[in-house]
Each structure stands twice: as structure tokens, then as C-alpha cells.
Design a protein around this ligand. Structure first.
Ligand code: SF4
Ligand code: SF4
Ligand code: SF4
Length: 318
């Protein structure tokens, strides 16, 4: 019996779908083991085809992307009902991802920025998208409702497993798929296809337990390619980020930005990183600590780049 698989994207960039295709020839193994019943980026299936399925008909639904509008949420509920196993694929579904940085603004601020204040838009009549439109002759159109707050997948439906990363490393998607195919899944709620240690444990850069006196940005100084970024003053989220990506940013010469999410047992990746940073700061006087902290560019976007929706803060207060 082949697995019945659905792949869907909510508020996503499509990178997770591309990561699935990037398993290259192993895609043939997936095709051997599974029939695809929904994959909007690749094939022309209709939602109505899914609605007609019996509940639990699909074996697995892989959902990438955050929940930003009513359509994202509606399909998340539909797939949850139709699939035995629901997998959050990638940072956006896992923790809200980059789209949830929009939680630093209100819905109105975002719509104004895009439709009124944009440098590339002429909109003298101040026309905004409407959720329902009718031409008076019985023709009606509907647009999804644009939410004020972006959510992670498990903030709207029950999620069985998580595959982290922005995007996940393709071979991890494949190994997660083989676990599903072979019936070797870990207990519900687990992160699959990644490690349970911090990225620092796998990083080969030299750590000398040096304290830092300043924060640097990667475009402002040339880092020593052998030494730990953090000990050189570059913010690297390795101490609080789950290993599993193969340190792909570190090996490309840039610090980790945290896309694999927090390690097990860490509730808030950004807050934990603040604590890790505090432990490597040299100064002990409050005034000097404040001076260094003030040089961190856009702290929320630095510490919660991929996890704003799942953070304690979750969104700007309105
Ligand atoms: S996790 Fe990254 S690659 Fe995947 S949809 Fe979100 S932004 Fe795109
Ligand atoms: S902080 Fe970054 S550079 Fe330093 S050891 Fe950890 S992952 Fe490597
Ligand atoms: S190094 Fe960090 S940001 Fe880069 S892929 Fe790995 S977890 Fe993601």
C-alpha cells in the first residue's frame, strides 16, 4: 500500500517545497512509496477533492508556512481532519518563522504600508482589498481574511511532528519521510529529522571562553574563520538553536540566525539567547552592559527572527 500524502503551503515563500524537490533522485523513492493527493505549488488539485475524502483518508499532511489569513487556517483544519499524521514543515509552520515578524506591526499598519505608503504604489483613492465583492448581478468574489496576528501551525490545529529549518535541509525531509514510511516515528510532538543538541555542540569553530566587550555586525568586520563567532562579538544563535542543519551558515562564513528553533526544553529561543549573551559579556557595570546591548541592531528581529509567533511576547501589544 502506498502512503497517501498531502503537501500544502500556508503563509510561505515556497522554499520548503523547493527543499522537498531538492532531495533530487530520492524523489523517485518518495514517488515509489507515496501517492500525492494535494500539492498546490506543483499540481492542480482542488480543495473540493480533499473535502470529499473521508476523515483520516490521508496518511500524512505536510504543512509549510505560517497561519496569516483565514484560508491558511481553513486548510490547516481541513488537512488535520483528513490526515492521520500532521507535520509542521519548516520554521514558518513550526514557530511562525519570518512571516511572524509582522507581529511587530498591526494589521492596519501593514495594509497602510503596502497600499498607501509604499514607494511603488499610486493609490490616490486609498483602495484596500475587500474580503467580499459583488458586481450586483449575482457575481461574488471572496478574499481570505487578513489576520492581525500571524500564528504557528500548532496554534490553530493539533500537530503531530515538526521538521524545523528555513528551509529544512532536504536530506532531513527525506529521512523524516522514511521514518513515516517505515512506521518508525518517535512519540507524538517530537521534532524529526534534526538533533536534540545545540548547534554549538556540532560547530567546529574554536571556543576559548573569551568574553566580549562589543557587538559587531557581519558587514562591519571580517571574522576570523577559525574562531567562534560569538566570542568575536558577532551574534550567533548557535548556543540556543537545535543542531541538524550541518552548520550550513557557519560553514558558509555567517553566524547562525536560529532557523532550526530552540533545543528541547527551551521555551523561548530569544530569551534564552539573551541569557547566553549575558554570560559572554565582559563588563559587569550596568551602564557599560546597557551601552553594548544598545548596539544590537533590531533586537527582536535578531533574537526572534524565526520564532516570534511562538515566543513569550508573541506580538506587539495593541
Ligand atoms: S520556513 Fe523558510 S523556506 Fe520554508 S516557507 Fe518559511 S520562509 Fe520559506
Ligand atoms: S556560537 Fe556559533 S560560532 Fe560559536 S560555537 Fe556556537 S555555533 Fe559555533
Ligand atoms: S546555521 Fe542556524 S540559521 Fe543557518 S541553517 Fe543552521 S540553524 Fe538555520
Amino acid at each position: 500500500m502506498k502512503l497517501k500524502l498531502a503537501i500544502y503551503w500556508g503563509a510561505a515563500c515556497g522554499g520548503c517545497d523547493v527543499a522537498i524537490l531538492d532531495v533530487h533522485e530520492k524523489l523517485l523513492d518518495i514517488a515509489d512509496a507515496a501517492d500525492i493527493y494535494l500539492w498546490p505549488i506543483a499540481m492542480d488539485f482542488k480543495y473540493s477533492d480533499v473535502e470529499k475524502m473521508e476523515d483520516g483518508y490521508l496518511d500524512v499532511a505536510m504543512y509549510s508556512g505560517a497561519i496569516r489569513n483565514s484560508e491558511n487556517e481553513e486548510i490547516a483544519h481541513l488537512l488535520r481532519k483528513k490526515a492521520k499524521v500532521m507535520v509542521a514543515l519548516g520554521s514558518c509552520a513550526h514557530l511562525g518563522g519570518i512571516p511572524s515578524l509582522a507581529n511587530l506591526f498591526t494589521r492596519e499598519e501593514i495594509l497602510n504600508r503596502v497600499y498607501i505608503d509604499s514607494e511603488s504604489t499610486v493609490n490616490k483613492e486609498k483602495i484596500f482589498p475587500t474580503e467580499a465583492w459583488s458586481n450586483g448581478n449575482g457575481e461574488e468574489l471572496e478574499l481570505p481574511k487578513f489576520y492581525n496576528t500571524v500564528k504557528s501551525l500548532d496554534q490553530v490545529v493539533d500537530v503531530d511532528y515538526y521538521i524545523p529549518g528555513c528551509p529544512p535541509v532536504p536530506l532531513q525531509i527525506f529521512s523524516a519521510f522514511t521514518l513515516i514510511r517505515d512506521g518508525m516515528l518517535p512519540p507524538k510532538g517530537a521534532v524529526i529529522g534534526a538533533g536534540d543538541r545545540a548547534l554549538c555542540d556540532q560547530c567546529e569553530r574554536k571556543k576559548e571562553e573569551k568574553k566580549i566587550t562589543e557587538i559587531k555586525r557581519i558587514q562591519e568586520a571580517i571574522p576570523d574563520p577559525e574562531r567562534c563567532f560569538l566570542e568575536q562579538g558577532f551574534i550567533c544563535l548557535g548556543p540556543v538553536t537545535r543542531a541538524g542543519c550541518g552548520a550550513r551558515c557557519i560553514n558558509s562564513g555567517v553566524p547562525c540566525r536560529g532557523c532550526y528553533g530552540p533545543v528541547d526544553g527551551v521555551y523561548d529561543q530569544g530569551v534564552k539567547m539573551l541569557s547566553a549573551l549575558a554570560s559572554v559579556l565582559e563588563p559587569k557595570e550596568q551602564e557599560e552592559i546597557d551601552r553594548i546591548i544598545d548596539t544590537i541592531p533590531a533586537p527582536l528581529r535578531t533574537f526572534q527572527r524565526f520564532s516570534m509567533a511562538a515566543s513569550m511576547l508573541r506580538r506587539k501589544k495593541v
